[in-house]
Design a protein around this ligand. Structure first.
Ligand SMILES: [Zn+2]
Length: 166
């Protein structure tokens, strides 16, 4: 998966709005601290979270879990970091060891770290929208509501091969 879309090719700078949309605060800061060369074509991308310099969501997770919880976690994203830390390590291990497509693992990870554009998360990012569910309109559109408790989600789980009744 390429991450060149995170770089503005004209200004040769990181697209901060995209970093804010997709990554937790500590990752945003780490990426923003990567110096980009002025002339295009000379860059090599090297991610410090991996010995080969290749970025992956798993290496980003490893980087974050190795950061001291008392360090720089403050500001607008602190609620997200504390939520992140409340998720047991075994849950992360299940995500990364599951035998599914990396895209699915990435979606699962983003759902767990509030990295999806739900109404609730957009409100936390100070985006003035209606936070209620766009499908049922009955509750605030949280990740849990979208994936489990919206009436449409409940029907989907029940009608799946798993026959879950939520
Ligand atoms: Zn709903």
């Amino acid at each position: 998966m390429g991450f060149g879309f995170l770089i503005d090719p004209i200004n040769r700078s990181w697209r901060k709005n995209l970093l804010e949309a997709y990554f937790p605060y500590v990752i945003q800061e780490a990426v923003m601290n990567i110096h980009l060369r002025i002339r295009a074509g000379e860059d090599i991308q090297f991610w410090n979270g991996d010995k080969y310099g290749r970025f992956s969501i798993k290496s980003a997770y490893t980087l974050i879990t190795n950061i001291d919880a008392d360090s720089d976690f403050n500001g607008a994203s602190s609620w997200k970091i504390s939520y992140w830390q409340s998720i047991p390590i075994r849950a992360w291990k299940r995500i990364w060891s599951s035998s599914t497509a990396p895209k699915i693992m990435g979606f699962h990870w983003r759902a767990c770290v509030h990295g999806l554009a739900s109404g609730e998360d957009l409100i936390h990012r100070k985006i003035p929208i209606d936070p209620n569910c766009g499908i049922c309109g009955e509750e605030k559109e949280s990740i849990k509501h979208i994936l489990f408790f919206c009436p449409i989600a409940r029907v989907s789980w029940f009608r799946s091969n798993l026959s879950y009744r939520l």
